[in-house]
Design a protein around this ligand. Structure first.
Ligand code: SER
Length: 391
């Protein structure tokens, strides 16, 4: 069961239930949207969740690539990726949560063959703003799936204001023993599918209004589900990363965590460049710059002569093909190498400046400000150079 099969099975299941496929793709949100990158499949659909009629109707399905910088520090574990894909479905004021959960259960069990005994759900238990999600609770009870009630963990929003609502998450047991404990009690429960009952809108003052229509917004993590279906311990062992884990270790010897970080960040950089972003000191370009520089820092810690020029073209091409990006591998490589050269020059300059006697003692705020404003050396880089953790 490879990734393409998972995507096809998901999309066809919902098309057979009258969902129309929308072409979700680019990481760049629509013009006028204040966020840097699309962080969830629902993101480009915000106006329609708020009531604008969608040209394709009230039932939608798509595959959306997403980028989350909030999870950057978790990258290197078995489930978090910087760029990932979300299989999404939406009911725009059409069917309600229980039907969505019923289909979700049916697809996981009968479509993908997951043992129903290895499922667990979580449901919103209510707080001072909103009562418990009894519809979801009842549905899971009828389906015989155990439920854990939580509050913060089961409320989904895309930001401090805007559409939001209680959610119900589906977890699959990935341990070697029979399932035990609950999703918040044992991290061998892996969350694969989130169903949000997107009924509310949060105002600036924190209060909730009902949206003009009750929606359902669901997101299934493609890489996580694929790992579960392929019986793999981590998303890096799925077919998506197969060429990476075949080609990178012979090239650069890295510990497991660093290997995952390097593969994730390089693959994410390729996609971000493929969507038209260039490294810079602000906005999207800065996210790309951080990804590339984290890779270089990790590589150089082991051997300062390592270079992105050695990155096999096959890995760039595999990524562009998977995300259906028409970019040329040569251009991606040029952008990465240009960033490597800039970072090298910055580190050389930084080392030379920091070797001056006035910086021999612990640095004061004024020193950091001077190094940043006059020499373009950010605080993290200065700290890294002084502690030997950068370059
Ligand atoms: N918006 C929800 C999420 O990102 C479901 O799609 O998890």
């Amino acid at each position: 069961m490879n990734t393409e099969y998972v995507i096809r099975t998901f999309v066809e299941y919902f098309q057979q239930r009258d969902h129309r496929r929308i072409t979700g793709s680019s990481l760049l949100p629509p013009p006028g949207d204040p966020v840097l990158f699309t962080t969830s499949g629902m993101h480009p659909l915000t106006p329609y969740l708020e009531g604008r009629p969608h040209p394709l109707g009230r039932r939608l399905v798509n595959v959306q690539r997403c980028l989350r910088t909030t999870d950057l520090d978790k990258v290197g574990d078995t489930t978090h990726l910087t760029v990932f894909e979300m299989l999404g479905t939406w009911s725009l004021g059409d069917y309600e949560g229980p039907r969505s959960l019923g289909w979700g259960h049916d697809l996981l069990v009968n479509g993908f063959g997951i043992d129903p005994g290895s499922l667990h759900a979580t449901v919103f238990g209510g707080d001072e703003h909103c009562g418990p999600d009894t519809g979801s609770l009842r549905t899971w009870e009828e389906l015989g799936v155990p439920v854990e009630l939580t509050t913060d963990e089961n409320w989904w929003s895309n930001g401090p204001t805007g559409p939001c609502g209680p959610d119900s998450e589906i977890f699959v047991w990935t341990g070697d023993t029979p399932p035990r404990s609950t999703p918040t009690g044992d991290d061998r429960w892996v969350e694969v599918w989130n169903h949000v009952m997107m009924r509310h809108h949060r105002r600036d003052d924190g209060t909730l209004d009902l949206l003009p229509q009750p929606n359902v917004d669901t997101g299934l993590g493609l890489e996580r589900l694929t790992a579960v279906l392929q019986g793999k311990r981590s998303v890096y062992e799925t077919d998506l990363f197969e060429p990476w884990l075949r080609s990178v270790p012979p090239l650069w010897q890295l510990d497991e965590q660093s290997l995952r970080l390097v593969c994730d960040h390089l693959r994410s950089s390729v996609v971000v460049i493929g969507d038209g972003v260039l490294p810079s000191n602000t906005g999207r370009g800065y996210v790309l710059r951080r990804l590339a520089r984290r890779v270089l820092t990790t590589l150089w810690r082991g051997d300062p002569s390592r270079t992105l020029g050695d990155l096999p073209e096959e890995l760039i091409q595999h990524t562009l093909d998977h995300f259906r990006q028409p970019e040329h591998t040569g251009r991606i490589r040029d952008v990465l190498l240009d960033e490597e050269r800039r970072f090298t020059r910055l580190l050389e300059r930084g080392r030379s400046i920091l070797s001056q006697p006035r910086f021999a003692t612990p640095l004061a705020e004024d020193d950091y400000a001077y190094l940043h404003d006059t020499h373009g050396l950010p605080r993290d880089l200065v700290r890294g150079l002084r502690t030997g953790t950068v370059g």
